[in-house]
Design a protein around this ligand. Structure first.
Ligand code: SAH
Length: 254
């Protein structure tokens, strides 16, 4: 049997946000590999083997998936959101790059998913309507000084910025430091979106201004989005505000 490795993004949480391509790739797999909570989101199928591992095990997990593929298994490696965004797809290709030359002949397919920033953006309007970037605040795989340099550069360039891994127990003050960087370049009324567990039943989204942004609002299931100088809030009586970033400056249209 010829093996195949499929790297699949499961979307932010809701079953409707798993793409049809991801669902059929999951149904074809003999083995599901990934971080435990993500493997648990895959619908059960008789005879399918499940290999759950710890979150920090990315390279070992990738090697294991590649070995099983070499043995002829149909392996699905799962991530939340999009598998190419701070997730397993890059770990698999790194393992191929550094590993057994024979792995380069394997069939490997990456199936895209709905990344958290797109789910968050749609939930509040259109904050990613103009140039934007994404930065992970996790310093497991890169030094904090590099992250700070990138925050400065992105803030200075006036991107809308999505902060992934915005908070963790091991580094409680990093988000506070990030807000301090943005306050150097952006006005206090810049919109900040705290979006937790988006598309899950316990979804919680708050739109605040940069001057009031409280870092303790974020947890490990939160994405924090900081607006650019153009990002605007449309407030509505008794309804959640909309947030959008215009594609043209308002004054150009006036
Ligand atoms: N590959 C994933 C990101 C993995 S990094 C993707 O494309 O979305 C994990 C971080 O993603 C979390 O710490 C959080 O910042 C963000 N995240 C993932 N799912 C989320 C959700 N449903 N709601 C809000 N943020 C989420």
């Amino acid at each position: 049997m010829t093996g195949k490795l499929t790297i699949i993004g499961l979307g932010p949480g809701a079953p409707e946000l798993v793409t049809p391509a991801a669902a059929s790739a999951l149904a074809e797999a003999t083995d599901i590999v990934g971080y435990g909570p993500y493997v648990d989101r895959v619908p059960f199928r008789e005879g399918q083997r499940r290999h759950s591992s710890d979150n920090r095990e990315e390279l070992n997990r990738s090697r294991h998936a590649l070995q099983m593929t070499s043995q002829g298994r149909k392996v699905a490696v799962v991530s939340s959101g999009d598998a190419g965004v701070f997730a397993m797809a890059a770990a698999i290709f790194e393992a191929v790059d550094l590993g057994d030359r024979a792995w380069r002949d394997l069939e490997i397919e990456v199936v895209p998913g709905v990344s958290a920033m797109f789910a968050v953006a749609s939930a509040v309007g259109a904050p990613l309507g103009h140039d934007f970037c994404a930065i992970s605040l996790s310093n497991n795989l890169k030094p904090w000084s590099v992250i700070l340099d990138r925050l400065h550069a992105a803030a200075k360039a006036d991107f809308v910025i999505s902060l992934y891994n915005a908070a963790s127990k091991t580094r409680p003050d990093h988000l506070a430091q990030a807000f301090d960087v943005f306050r150097k370049y952006r006005t206090g009324d810049t919109p900040v979106i705290f979006a937790s567990a988006v598309s899950h039943p316990d979804q919680k989204i708050d739109v605040v201004s940069l001057k009031d942004a409280d870092p303790s609002r974020a947890d490990m299931r939160t994405l924090v989005m900081i607006g650019s100088s153009m990002t605007s809030i449309i407030s509505r009586p008794e309804k959640a505000s909309w947030v959008y970033t215009p594609r043209f400056r308002k004054m150009d249209l006036a």
